[in-house]
Write a protein that binds this ligand. Structure first.
Ligand code: AHR
Length: 326
């Protein structure tokens, strides 16, 4: 562990009577964290990485070992094993999908390294394999979006069976996809909407565009596209326009998305996007607070959800955008 190495260096420095031993004392307090990040697939992810990097900085008393897994679970497994070998103080994991973590988390537990799960959830047989989880309630987001769509369609006097929907899903098996898809499917069941097709856009703009292009070729009666993040929506909007159709509150197709990044506000102001359901990426300070409590030997809650809002074109978006952090 870094602390042990630094303590040894400190002792050697003191024995040798070296100048600068005080700065070595300071280094002893450094907390080393290994962070396995999903990738860089979206504006949300960029904001999340930035929040973690600016929080776990040298000035704040941390050494951060950052690993970008490029949306691949096998890269995350390798990163975690490297963190264990490096004897980090904490492992932070934003898991790409929910399953497949039991073995590697058992290895971390055996090594005595606390694991903090950030953003998406893990589905493990033994929840003592991680210390705590902090992130978004994706099912609640999906349910809020479905209720918003029902209220919007009802106000426009669109019959439920006349609401033809396509769903551009997120990365299959990720918490954000599972919850948002389930929220929509519950709405379909409850209100009797016509769900035409679901396909993954992998949370990227490029794939979102590609999937929407193929939906537009297959169906000429799409009324709504649910995009499971904002970047997919930006791609879908490009595809809709390229197909000679319009979208947004005055257009042919209602576009709904998740995250509420700054560019989504610009898209709503431009009249392209109807609504976006917030998913807050600013987890750095929250995770640091958890680590500080653990350092003091305090208990932390096992599951911690973050409060989230939603935004649509009925709101004063220019005003909200002025203070938007991401
Ligand atoms: O897990 C959070 C999701 O992952 C965000 O909605 C998305 O933009 C990101 O890639």
């Amino acid at each position: 562990m870094k602390k042990k190495i630094m303590a040894a260096v400190m002792t050697a420095a003191m024995v040798a009577g070296l100048a600068g031993a005080t700065s070595v004392y300071a280094a002893e307090d450094t907390i080393t964290v290994g962070f396995s990040q999903v990738g860089a697939e979206s504006d949300w992810r960029t904001a999340n990485t930035e929040s973690m990097k600016s929080t776990f900085s040298e000035e704040n008393g941390y050494e951060l070992i950052f690993d970008d897994a490029q949306q691949k679970q096998e890269n995350q497994l390798t990163a975690i094993r490297n963190f264990i070998q490096q004897e980090v103080d904490y492992i932070l994991l934003a898991p790409v999908t929910e399953t497949g973590w039991d073995t590697v988390l058992q290895e971390a537990k055996d090594a005595g390294i606390p694991v903090i799960i950030v953003d998406r959830m893990v589905d493990v047989s033994d929840d003592s394999l991680y210390t705590t989880w902090i992130g978004t309630d994706a099912l609640l987001e999906g349910r809020k979006a479905a209720e918003w769509l029902n209220a919007y369609a009802t106000a426009k006097e669109i019959k439920p069976e006349d609401l033809h929907i396509v769903d551009i899903q997120g990365t299959i098996g990720s918490t954000a996809q599972i919850g948002r898809t389930q929220g929509l499917e519950e709405g379909v069941e409850k209100y009797g909407w016509d769900l035409l097709e679901q396909q993954s856009g992998e949370f990227t703009q490029a794939k979102g565009q590609e999937v929407m292009e193929s939906f537009l070729k297959s169906y000429d009666d799409i009324d709504v596209v649910i995009c499971e993040n904002d970047n997919e929506a930006f791609g879908a909007i490009d595809a809709i326009k390229a197909a000679g159709k319009t979208c947004g509150p005055e257009g042919d197709i209602i576009v709904v998305s998740f995250d509420s990044v700054k560019a989504a506000f610009e898209s709503m102001i431009a009249g392209d996007l109807n609504a976006t359901f917030e998913c807050n990426p600013l987890h750095g300070p929250r995770v640091a607070e958890i680590i500080q409590k653990l350092e003091k030997g305090e208990e932390v809650e096992k599951i911690q959800y973050v409060d989230e809002a939603y935004f649509d074109t009925s709101m004063d978006l220019e005003e909200i955008l002025k203070t938007r952090a991401y």
